[in-house]
Design a protein around this ligand. Structure first.
Ligand code: CDP
Length: 208
């Protein structure tokens, strides 16, 4: 089964998705790492984003490998985040990555995290969660994570939110049947517990 966790940057998706996967013994899929890998490759190599997306081999697991090179840390910079958001507006890039994601999700139990998992990648997911938090809280979390200046993070975040929400293809939005959870002021443990509860409720057959 697939558990889809979507939402904007800094809403707590990665932390919560990892924790839920660990607790349930599911495999975690960070779809954003794929867009980041393509963003990095375009920054480094230039050329057409769609050709780069089709031409590179991305391996996602504990480490992220692009054509065999470990880019786990390199893809986390603000420059690569911005490049990822830019390449993510390209429909051909999206098609190439969605195909890779669907191939992975076809078998086994997954917690998949991104922007379009519930709407496009896995519309039949057993559970869809849309995580949000106030822009201030999201920026505070991201600044702490990166050790970066809060105002710069706020500015970059607003730009990327706008780009992700207003793009023509697969814009960031909750699926019609997603459970929306606002994580503002909530601990990771509480949000994780809530998602695990929701998964268990969906997985258990209803009593007659
Ligand atoms: O970690 P953060 O939430 O900041 O970003 P990410 O999940 O690593 O994704 C980086 C960028 O990739 C996002 O800003 C989106 O533009 C894009 N993305 C997407 O379009 N669809 C996805 N399923 C995942 C990421």
């Amino acid at each position: 089964m697939v558990v889809a966790i979507d939402g904007p940057a800094g809403a707590g998706k990665s932390t919560v998705a990892r924790a839920v996967a660990r607790e349930l013994g599911f495999t975690y899929l960070d779809s954003g790492a794929m867009y980041r890998a393509v963003g990095l490759a375009v920054l480094e190599r230039g050329g057409s984003a769609s050709e780069v997306a089709r031409g590179i081999e991305i391996r996602i697991g504990d480490r992220v490998l692009v054509d065999g090179r470990d880019v786990t840390e390199t893809i986390r910079t603000p420059e690569v985040a911005e490049a990822a958001s830019r390449v993510a507006t390209n429909q051909k890039v999206r098609a190439a990555l969605v195909e890779k994601q669907r191939a992975l999700l076809a078998e086994g139990n997954w917690v998949a995290e991104g922007r379009d998992i519930g709407t496009v990648v896995a519309p039949d997911a057993a559970l869809k969660v849309f995580l949000t938090a106030s822009p201030e809280e999201r920026a505070r979390r991201r600044a702490a994570e990166l050790g970066a200046d809060l105002r710069t993070v706020m500015r970059d975040q607003a730009l990327r939110d706008e780009q992700d929400r207003s793009r023509e293809h697969s814009p960031l939005r909750p699926a019609a049947d997603a459970v929306e959870l606002d994580t503002t002021g909530e601990s990771v443990e509480r949000v994780t517990g809530r998602v695990v509860e929701l998964v268990r409720a969906r997985a258990e057959p209803r009593q007659p």
